[in-house]
Design a protein. Structure first.
Lengths: 508, 322, 318
């Protein structure tokens, strides 16, 4: 689609939207149109750029290039407040509502019904709130505190609140993740009612059944690029998945198979944690890379945290090299030789204000000290060894970690666990936010580890990464393992198919 | 066809629990009262109860301000020093004009409350800001009074000692202030905004709430309450004393917490604080009647705060985690 | 293409690294002018150190606590409590009483540690409450009176001088040096800084963060106990009203020393400088005839101003 001009027939027009983060293009020349009373479903894998696009529309990010038109007029949305004033309301999973206030108060926060300058007209607020909720098909006692509601009910309140301010565009980001089948039906009823008012809706969901049920138009993104948009009735599920995944074949995907001869390093059985993980069991062998595929929210990070003892599990056993162990805390995980490189290295992986050296040694402080006193030479040697082995680019071991590039920061986190001599490594999105060059380096590092006999669990949302790196692939969805492949001879479509959440069962 | 989202069985049960928990404080009050009646025969007399109420009025008024600041997610450590400052200001200006003295004290405290709000809005922890203000106010008091007590001729003892139809004026003032601020908290826009920013200040900001203005409002209310309490205080003493009234902020904090105000912000009711003040007052009164030394009372005060905070945290953490 | 931003060496960086020294020199200059050169006399400089040695020791404990991201508001009251306890039961002999007093201070440190790490109460509230408890206990020990009758053996330590400098100064320096060495050369040091810098990362890396945080509060309590004994020995009274400004002064000194209230950043040596600067400020105010009552106010302003400045600096460096 070429760059267009304002057309008041559309509620939202986005042309040529581009956004870069640290040299990586999250969005590259993306177009999107939304008509009044239309539901536009944004589809794409993790990292396709969906949430970046809606964050730009809702003012949380500013686009580096491109134009946005609202009802035919060009706008520049510089912050969320402005987006709200323009009538664009995002409804995220972490709702922007206040638990300690009542439903009615939440709906009218900042916009209160008043008797005079200061005094609130509580009765009028309650009446109007009741009407709004009834309008979207939900009758509730609006005097209740928000904190007492279920997440589904809170969503309804968020929608009612959006409507109370004459919003033009509602953005729903994975609303069904927290709903049961029955609640989803109610949500769809609400959406249909809103459509009648001429509000445009952008809907993001991985449950393709929803897309086909409630959507009018589908917009597909892949790797930040706009792949296409079409009316729902013109597309089949198979076509949709194909477009989401793309047909490129990775040249260097060498066929890998699991080697049944190697010893089992980690064996998990029946891991259960609340609603987040149910009955997860798998094997991990020395020298192999087990890819863990899945979408956000599938429970992969939670599984990793459960294994290293950062979160307590309700049921399940873990065996390390055949011995059943109780991993009650990360300290114990360390002792058993399990290392975890977390998703968010800035928040969970590094102490940014500390030096490279101290970060690397954080896990092995007891080994590089005697009676508490640090052995400088041993420390220096260990750190130098890590810096060399992983080719970490820094001005020296005393440079503060926060000054390093993303890729090098990631290498520090990895080397932290190597230094412990951990034989089992769990890598959670190791190349997220890392530029192309460093990515290749990290891939080589990971392969070397495997060759040296380490057992590696590679959690990644990038299908191509999983396919090219893994010996075996395990797909998770909604807290369970949906399928385990004994090789990496799997198509991306198959992976996505098993990663997609199943349609919600309707409650009787 | 509209669908009714009705209360499920679980929610109905939860409601009863919640009702019990939020009213637990009044049950406690009743319990304490009854226990105190048994613990000492002197307790039950009308004169003792009247004394209890009078003596609680100062802390009671301070607790109003503390509750409001706590609801915004903040904290106010300056109450004690503010009391001293008010007593000094009034003592100094009163020879010129009684009205002028009250005006001067009120304006000064409102300014200091504004300063508190200013620095909290800049991002400094309310603990540190009001800790600093505690020192600054104390210093101002000492400086103005030249580190001496200041006596004055005008008789303003009516506030602390006078009564109307047997009800002490200080209690009347306390009740009026509570009614006014309860009305503000529950029925006005700024009042509900106070709860909003305590619950989630960023969400509130997104909804158009002027977070900074609300904070100014809260800290000024707290300062105003210090002024009102200070009037009763100086009326009681009869002199301006710059070096006394140390530690009143601990009492106001304790009462607010006992009354169920959450340290996380967003939760708290003046009626609960009232119960907290009365419980606190009963404890102090009984200790006095039983001859417990002031120092043991201090120790017990600290322990009470720890226990109250503990329960506070447990119940609020549970609610947050839900 | 790898980006690498190292710290630029230029005038601004130099200033921020040696800022404290420069402020110290500036204060010294101002003081010498104000006292017409008297300040620079050897005796006065030694006096500066002697007067501030006790605050200096307490500030070291406070520093450790703030490094973990917490705060200890009870230091002054715990010090008072141990100082009166020291001379309350003089029948037991100086050494025994000193030991018990120090143990008492340490016990309060343990109490703080437990409440903060196990019961998980906010450090502000916890130490506010233990401050009240310590204040009350201290007064209970002496029934509100000041003890003047003290056996000479209890006061001996206060008289000891080395090269005509009070031994207290050497205690302060020794404790500072030992603590600085521990922070720099032991694994505990790295654990402490890391816990303060990002407690969950430290925990995930296998560090027992609860133990580290507890250690900080226990050391603070222990140092308060030590200073309590030293105080009584020097001033020859068991006075229950002395808690006074030690609380806020120790925090102010730590903040002046450039420590972040969020934890994880700060140098011990700068705390020493911070104490000296604070001490010189008091000197200056005395010389200028500012009544001692006002000192608290000025220091309160300085506390807020310094915190504000630290916040501003942090925002800029982002």
């Amino acid at each position: 689609m070429s760059k267009g001009s304002g057309d008041s027939r559309y509620v939202v027009q986005m042309y040529g939207i581009t956004k870069e983060f640290e040299g990586i293009k999250a969005l590259d020349d993306v177009d999107s149109l939304l008509g009044p009373g239309q539901v536009n479903c944004l589809c794409g894998e993790n990292g396709a750029g969906k949430s970046t696009l809606i964050k730009i529309l809702s003012g949380a990010y500013q686009c580096d290039g491109g134009e946005i038109y609202l009802n035919g007029e060009q706008v520049r949305i510089s912050n969320p407040k402005m987006a709200k004033n323009l009538g664009i309301i995002p409804i995220y999973q972490e709702l922007d509502l206040i638990d300690c206030l009542s439903i009615a108060e939440n709906i009218f926060l900042g916009n209160e019904r008043k008797k005079n300058a200061f005094v609130i007209d509580k009765e009028r607020g309650i009446r109007e709130a009741e009407k709004m909720m009834a309008d979207i098909g939900c009758e509730m006692d609006v005097r209740k505190n928000l904190g007492e509601l279920s997440v589904a009910q809170k969503q309804m309140v968020a929608i009612a609140k959006a409507l109370s301010t004459q919003s033009k565009v509602l953005i729903l980001d994975e609303p069904s993740d927290v709903l049961t089948g029955k609640e989803l039906k109610i949500l769809f009823e609400v959406i249909r009612k809103i459509k009648e008012k001429g509000v445009g809706i952008i809907y993001i969901s991985h449950r393709l059944e929803e897309v086909f049920e409630i959507g009018d138009v589908i917009t597909i993104l892949r790797d930040g690029k706009f792949i296409g948009a079409a009316p729902v009735k013109d597309m089949t599920r198979k076509q949709l998945i194909q477009k989401m995944v793309g047909r490129e074949v990775d040249e260097d995907v060498k066929p890998q198979h699991a080697d049944p001869g190697k010893p089992v390093a980690l064996e998990a059985a029946g891991i259960t944690r609340g609603k987040v993980l149910s009955d997860v069991s798998f094997l991990l062998r020395s020298g192999e890379i087990l890819g863990v595929a899945g979408l956000i929210g599938a429970g992969r990070t939670e599984l990793a945290r459960a294994i290293i003892g950062a979160d307590r599990i309700d049921k399940g056993t873990i065996k390390v090299f055949g011995r059943e162990v109780k991993v009650s805390s990360p300290t114990k995980a360390c002792q058993y030789g399990i290392g975890y490189i977390p998703e968010d290295r800035k928040m969970d992986g590094l102490v940014l204000i500390q030096t490279v050296s101290n970060n690397i040694l954080l896990t092995v402080l007891n080994q590089v000290s005697r009676l508490g006193f640090l052995k400088e030479k041993l420390m220096r040697d260990t750190v130098d060894h890590c810096i060399n082995q992983l080719r970490i680019k820094c001005s020296g071991p005393n440079q503060l970690a926060k000054y390093l590039s993303g890729g090098n920061q990631q290498k520090i986190v990895v080397s932290k666990w190597l230094a412990t001599g951990a034989k089992i490594l769990i890598l959670d999105e190791p190349t997220r936010g890392v530029d192309v060059g460093a990515k290749a380096e990290i891939y080589n590092i990971i392969r070397d580890f495997a060759k040296q006999g380490h057992a590696i669990m590679l959690i990644s949302s990038e299908m191509s990464e999983i396919l090219s790196m893994s010996d075996r692939i395990m797909v998770m969805s909604e807290g369970t393992i949906t399928k385990t492949f004994d090789s990496n001879q799997v198509s991306q479509e198959e992976l996505l198919e098993y990663a997609l959440p199943k349609s919600l069962k309707t409650e009787v | 066809m509209s669908k009714k989202i009705s209360l499920s069985y679980h929610e109905k049960n939860g409601q009863i629990f919640r009702l019990a928990r939020s009213n637990a404080i009044y049950l406690f009050l009743l319990l304490f009262f009854v226990a105190a009646c048994f613990a000492s025969p002197h307790f039950r007399s009308v004169s003792n109860i009247t004394t209890l109420l009078s003596q609680s009025s100062i802390i009671g008024i301070l607790a109003i301000g503390q509750t409001i600041v706590l609801i915004t997610g903040g904290f106010d450590l300056s109450h004690g020093s503010f009391l001293a400052l008010v007593s000094v200001l009034i003592a100094i200006v009163i020879p010129t004009s009684i009205f002028g003295a009250f005006l001067a004290a009120m304006v000064s405290l409102l300014v200091l409350g504004f300063v508190n709000g200013f620095f909290v809005n800049k991002g400094i922890s309310p603990f540190i800001v009001t800790l600093g203000m505690q020192g600054i106010a104390r210093t101002l008091a000492l400086w103005l009074a030249n580190s001496k007590s200041i006596s004055f001729k005008a008789d303003i003892s009516v506030f602390a000692y006078g009564s109307l139809f047997g009800i002490p004026y200080c209690v009347i003032i306390w009740v009026i202030l509570m009614a006014v601020f309860a009305f503000i908290l529950n029925k006005t826009v700024p009042g509900r905004h106070i709860y909003a920013i305590g619950g989630n200040s960023e969400s509130a900001r997104l909804s158009g709430v002027n977070v900074e203005a609300v904070r100014y409002f809260a800290y000024c209310i707290s300062a105003f309450c210090s002024f009102a309490a200070g009037v009763i205080y100086v009326s009681k003493l009869g002199v301006g004393m710059p070096d006394k009234a140390v530690g009143y902020e601990m009492d106001s904090i304790a009462c607010a917490i006992i009354g169920g105000t959450s340290l996380f912000g967003g939760v708290g009711k003046l009626s609960g604080t009232l119960a907290g003040v009365l419980i606190y007052g009963i404890i102090t009164n009984i200790q006095n009647l039983m001859g417990v030394s002031a120092y043991w009372q201090d120790v017990i005060k600290g322990l009470i705060i720890l226990v109250a905070v503990y329960f506070n945290l447990v119940s609020n953490r549970r609610q947050r985690g839900a | 293409m790898v980006e690498m931003r190292s710290e630029k060496l230029n005038a601004r960086n130099l200033f921020s690294q040696y800022r404290l020294f420069m402020i110290l020199l500036l204060m010294a200059a101002i003081l010498s002018v104000a006292t017409k050169g008297v300040f620079l006399h050897k005796d006065n400089i030694i006096n500066l150190f002697t007067q501030n040695a006790m605050l200096g020791i307490i500030a070291i404990g406070q520093f450790l606590v703030i490094l973990t991201g917490g705060i200890d508001l009870s230091v002054g009251s715990v010090m008072m409590m141990t100082s009166v306890f020291y001379v309350r039961f003089q029948g037991l002999g100086a050494v025994a009483c000193a030991t018990l007093a120090i143990l008492l201070g340490t016990a309060f440190g343990v109490m703080n540690a437990l409440l903060i790490t196990k019961v998980k109460i906010n450090p502000f509230i916890t130490t506010l409450a233990t401050m009240a408890v310590a204040e009350g206990l201290g007064n209970i020990f002496v029934d509100g009176h000041t003890i003047f009758n003290i056996q000479p053996s209890f006061l001996a330590i206060g008289r000891v001088k080395i090269a005509s400098v009070s031994i207290y100064v050497f205690f302060w320096i020794a404790i500072a040096v030992i603590m600085a060495l521990i922070l720099r050369y032991t694994s505990f040091g790295i654990k402490l800084y890391s816990t303060g810098g990002n407690a969950s990362v430290a925990y995930l890396s296998g560090i027992k963060t609860n133990r580290v945080i507890s250690a900080a509060y226990i050391i603070s309590g222990l140092l308060c106990g030590v200073v309590g004994v030293l105080y009584t020995a020097k001033l020859c009274v068991g006075d229950p009203t002395i808690a006074g400004t030690y609380n806020t002064d120790s925090i102010t000194a730590v903040v002046i020393g450039g420590t972040s209230m969020a934890g994880g950043e700060g140098k011990l040596f700068n705390i020493v400088l911070g104490v000296l600067i604070l001490g010189m400020l008091s000197n200056f105010m005395n010389t200028m005839g500012v009544p001692s009552a006002l000192h608290v106010g000025v220091k309160g302003c300085i506390l807020i101003a310094t915190v504000l400045f630290n916040i501003y600096e942090k925002k800029k460096s982002k």
